[in-house]
Design a protein around this ligand. Structure first.
Ligand SMILES: [Zn+2]
Ligand SMILES: [Zn+2]
Length: 457
């Protein structure tokens, strides 16, 4: 899975224009946690990673774990309150003002240096902790946005809670164990639509980080979300059909039916779906398609997302989907206009060594088995994928024990993202990424091996 270096470089150098667009015009960006039903139960691809001495670090890790767990125990009630209040005040992409204000106020109160409204987005922010001279930098992403109509159905309130917890835990361990370096806590808007992290990456917000980590809650059985597996690349776009209105009874022959174009496009794509790869996804809605049954519809609009294992594969899948859309225009005589609505998100590639370290921490501290499936694409996507092209990254999924069969992006899951067990599991996962990040800060051999893996050495 480590053969994507040329694409990584290509993505970093790709000129972006997303920041030039009005945030509010960004279309829905489906993302996040998948159905992991196809994942093999066998942990995979951990034997090809660069080596380092695991056992040598265990006494240090145990001492750090003690500090981190003590810190999170002291902060537990206030962290839960932060996660709860964001849950109770859901905000959509680019409008996460309450969450950004609440979280930055809290971090400022803990003595961190806070910058608000960064990277051209009102709700993007950065909080920094520094200790000593020199050293490395680790960072965590705090997502904040909710979904239209169903609130925090992806648990980004818990992601924010967990990011703050991890950041505070690492800072406490650095202070008590006299480790130099920096902790970067980024408030990242608009994960569900708009690609906030891609904008932040292009503005240099991640520039100083040696590794970036975040956690993501997922549903209960059968989704098996104590899991680390790659996530899919995604591209989102809309298709407009421009027809001609006419009286539907008096002169239908004078019309050009844009609703028919939308229906044909939808069914063309449904037919295509049968011949796509098992891990590929094509999903869309008819957004607008006429207003009155006695008027031939002159306009329709569809919005689609396509996903595949890599950006390269995604190009071909998108070409086939666009061919379906064009065919509908040809059949009906409509004009066809395609709009790219978000920058394409590359697939998410976990750093394998960070993944192994996280899994070991969860087992050692909490007895939780984290399944490593480092070469099996999951069914979801994230704007964090772009970040993992720029530096070593980790994005573990963790289970919050929703009811059986309840997955992310449902109203039922939203009700599960503010429960005592969800908050407890969030702090456990946060402890895992905090310990992993701490090792990057204070173990030269491990940090060097993480970089070697990232650069394919
Ligand atoms: Zn999510
Ligand atoms: Zn989501």
């Amino acid at each position: 899975m480590w053969n994507c270096l040329s694409k990584r470089k290509q993505f970093k150098e790709e000129p972006g224009n997303a920041e030039q667009r009005d945030c509010e015009e960004q279309e829905q960006q489906e993302s996040c946690l998948p159905t992991y039903l196809e994942v093999d139960a066998t942990d995979s691809h951990t034997n090809t990673l660069p080596s380092y001495d695991r056992a040598n670090f265990e006494p240090v890790a145990d001492r750090a774990a003690g500090v981190i767990e003590r810190t999170l125990h002291m902060e537990e009630s206030v962290l839960r309150e932060l996660g709860s209040t964001i849950h109770q005040n859901p905000e959509l992409a680019f409008r996460e003002h309450y969450a950004a204000n609440t979280l930055t106020h809290f971090m400022q109160g803990r003595g961190w240096r806070v910058e608000r409204g960064i990277c051209g987005m009102e709700t993007a922010w950065k909080a920094t902790f520094s200790r000593g001279i020199g050293g490395r930098t680790v960072g965590f992403n705090a997502e904040m946005d909710a979904l239209p109509g169903i609130g925090h159905a992806c648990g980004h309130n818990l992601i924010a809670e967990g990011a703050l917890a991890a950041a505070l835990g690492v800072a406490a361990a650095m202070a008590e164990m006299d480790v130099s370096g920096r902790v970067l806590l980024l408030g990242t808007p608009a994960e569900e639509r708009g690609g906030g992290k891609i904008r932040m990456l292009r503005h240099g917000a991640y520039k100083s980080a040696d590794a970036m980590l975040m956690i993501h809650p997922g549903g209960g059985a059968p989704y098996k979300t104590d899991l680390i597996s790659p996530m899919l690349a995604i591209d989102s776009f809309s298709a407009e059909y421009l027809g001609k209105a006419a009286h539907a009874a008096l002169a239908p022959h004078e019309g050009i039916n844009a609703l028919d174009a939308a229906i044909l496009a939808y069914t063309n794509i449904n037919a295509l779906r049968q011949q796509t790869k098992p891990y590929e996804r094509v999903h869309g809605v008819i957004d607008t398609a006429g207003y009155s049954p006695n008027v031939i519809p002159a306009y329709s609009c569809l919005r689609y997302g396509v996903r595949s294992a890599t950006l390269a594969e995604l190009v071909e899948l998108k070409r086939r989907v666009v061919a379906c859309l064009r065919a509908a225009a040809d059949a009906t005589g409509c004009q066809f206009v395609l709009h790219d609505t978000t920058p394409p998100h590359p697939e998410l590639r976990h750093n394998g060594l960070l993944a192994v370290e996280y899994a070991a921490a969860l087992m050692r501290r909490f007895g939780t088995h984290v399944q490593l499936a480092l070469d099996v694409p999951g069914g979801a996507s994230t704007d964090f994928g772009a970040v993992t092209y720029a530096m070593p990254g980790l994005h573990p999924a963790y289970e919050i024990y929703s009811q059986e069969g309840v997955s992310n992006h449902t109203a039922e899951f939203a009700r599960c993202t503010d429960t005592p067990i969800a908050h407890r599991k969030t702090l456990e996962a946060a402890t895992g990424v905090a310990l992993t990040a701490f090792r990057v800060l204070c173990d030269d051999d491990f940090a060097s091996a993480v970089q070697s893996e990232f650069h394919g050495e």
